[in-house]
Every structure is written in C-alpha cells, then in structure tokens.
Design a protein around this ligand. Sequence first.
Ligand SMILES: N[C@@H](CCC(=O)N[C@@H](CS)C(=O)NCC(=O)O)C(=O)O
Length: 244
Amino acid sequence: MSLELYLDLISPPCRAIYIFAKMNNIHFNYFAVNLLQGEQHSKEFEAISILRKVPVLREGSFILAESVPILLYLTRKFNTSIYWYPPDIHIQASIDEYMAWQYEEKSCRLGWAGISGSRGPCPCPFLPSLPLPFSLSLLTPMETNTQLFCNHFLKDKPFLVGNVISLADLMAAVELMQPSGADFDIFLGRPKLHEWLLRVEEIVGHRLFQEAHEKLLTIRNWDVSILDPSVRKKILIMIEKMTK
Ligand SMILES: N[C@@H](CCC(=O)N[C@@H](CS)C(=O)NCC(=O)O)C(=O)O
C-alpha cells in the first residue's frame, strides 16, 4: 500500500516530516497542499482530513493527522534508527515533553510562526498600523520562547536530549527556522543556539535542509494579492491576538 503525505513546506511540522521521511529513505507520494491559496479548505482535501490542516498521512483507508503521531508512526513502521526515539522511557518522556511544549499553540508556536505570518506574505497591506521593525508586542512571545528553549530545554547539551539527535531536535530546528521567512534571524547573538542548529543541519544534510526550507526562505517574493481571503483573515486574527 502506498504512503501518501499531504504537505506544504511552508509549514514547520510538514518540513519535519518531509526531512524525516527523506533521511530515512521512506518512499512516499508527495501531495502539495498550498495553504496560502486556501487549498486546505477544498472539498478534495476536506474529504481526506476534516481538520483542514497539514500534515496528513494516508495509507489506503488509514488516515493520520498531527505531526507528532505521524513521526512516531513512521519511526515504528519503518524501524528507523533508534536514536530518533530511543526505547529508554526517560529519554522518550523528555522528547515527549519537548514536543508537547512546542505544540502548545499559545506558547511556543504562536511566537515563532507568528513572526513569519506578520512579515511574510502579508505584511503591511493589511497591517498598516504595525511599524517596522516589528513591534515589541510581536517580538516578546518569540523572545520569551527562545529564552525558554535555550535555558530550559537545550541548556549546554549538544542536542535536546543529550548527545545524539532525536525527533525533538528535528521538530525544534524547523520551527526555529520559521522567523527566517520574515528575514528575522533568531540565531543572531545566540552562538550556542546557532551551533546546535548547525549540528542538526549537518546530520540532516545541507542539501536536504535547504530543499525543505526553500519555499519558506523565498516567501517574501510572493504576491500578496494571490493570498486566499480566509488565510489573510486567519493571519490577521492571530496577529491581533499577539499584539493585544
Ligand atoms: N498540531 C498540528 C498543527 C497543524 C497545523 O497547525 N498546520 C498548519 C500549518 S503549520 C495548517 O495546516 N494550517 C492551515 C489552517 O489553519 O488553515 C501538527 O503538529 O500537525
């Protein structure tokens, strides 16, 4: 049965799955869902996932949403290298802890992803009141989360759960890259964080890492007028929440 992945590489969880599948030689059919054009709301995609979000995995009648269970499913089904999610229950718990924190939307993702939403494909045209550079209120959640990431999760370790890469590092690296879509370098002035990113990138492979991030890093060239209105509205609501 063929494995299908529904992804948009502008999305961090999609990039994590894409990189993971490629690194582990997992064969899949790639279905692009263009979020900025609202394809997640199409009837065809809704028939696959009522959640209308990517990533989604489909294998025959088996459909799975949410990046964390998708990654765990792939590690188990394809018996990938043990370091991604080692059997030690304490290590697993630490990986789970990080992934749960990252996906608690009100905390971390909103901060990192919010910046790219605010300056990426939809900056000034409908946010004329938002001065550039970013207002303090937009930067605050991102700075807070980055500090927490460095001080509580990464500390002085080479990787999040010790000496080897794990699913937690992959998920964190693609998320922390998100502000780069808005030309914002979160690694600047944070040498330890930058060294950690380089370690992850080296293991992933520079070419694959760049390939996965190409869409994000060229998003500023997008024509805002082709943005789906429902997507504009969602981004605006998200930014309003953050600037309150
Ligand atoms: N917790 C979910 C998050 C999924 C998610 O929020 N996907 C976003 C892209 S990062 C999406 O598809 N958004 C489309 C929309 O909200 O319309 C996961 O980890 O898979």
